[in-house]
Design a protein around this ligand. Structure first.
Ligand SMILES: [Zn+2]
Length: 165
């Protein structure tokens, strides 16, 4: 996907009921890549324009993210799957921005700008969706050095050690 094609006029996009779908790599999303363990993975996106019941232009964003973050316990790579779904209403009037504060968390209201960079928006949604302190499941951390792990954790290796003497 050409990066320039990711800049849209969101109001027109919504009115036309346009749809954009594709796959991005972390390398295309530098702010995201910064907080990942590596650049492996993919961000699948679907952006769909529609009009709300109140006849306001809106975008629905759906993301399926597969990336590797760093485990805060062992610092090894932790594969992460994330689904993000967000509705963004484009407010022509700035007073709507405040009014929307108390409403549904999955709905964002942003000013109806003339140009919106979807790459930026997708990147932001993924970064916000990442867990603050990702960790492997208990006992799933690793890898520890092989020999050492066996010596300390397996009762059988202790037994074998005793028999030998
Ligand atoms: Zn870990």
């Amino acid at each position: 996907m050409d990066a320039a094609a990711m800049v849209i006029d969101p109001t027109r996009f919504a009115r036309e009921g346009a749809r954009l779908t594709g796959v991005l790599t972390p390398a295309q999303l530098p702010r995201l890549a910064d907080v990942l363990a590596d650049e492996q993975g993919a961000v699948k996106y679907l952006v769909e324009g529609h009009m709300t019941a109140e006849a306001e232009p809106a975008l629905r964003i759906e993301l399926a993210v597969d990336v590797g973050v760093r485990c805060q316990r062992c610092l090894e790579r932790l594969p992460l799957h994330l689904e993000v779904r967000r509705d963004i209403v484009l407010a022509a009037d700035a007073s709507e921005l405040d009014a929307a504060d108390d409403e549904d968390e999955d709905i964002d209201v942003i000013p109806a700008v003339a140009r919106l960079d979807l790459l930026d928006l997708i990147e932001q949604e993924v970064v916000l969706g990442l867990p603050m302190a990702p960790r492997h499941a208990d006992d799933a951390c690793g890898p520890r050095p092989e020999g050492e792990a066996n010596k300390t954790s397996s009762p059988f290796s202790v037994l074998a050690e005793l028999k030998r003497h």
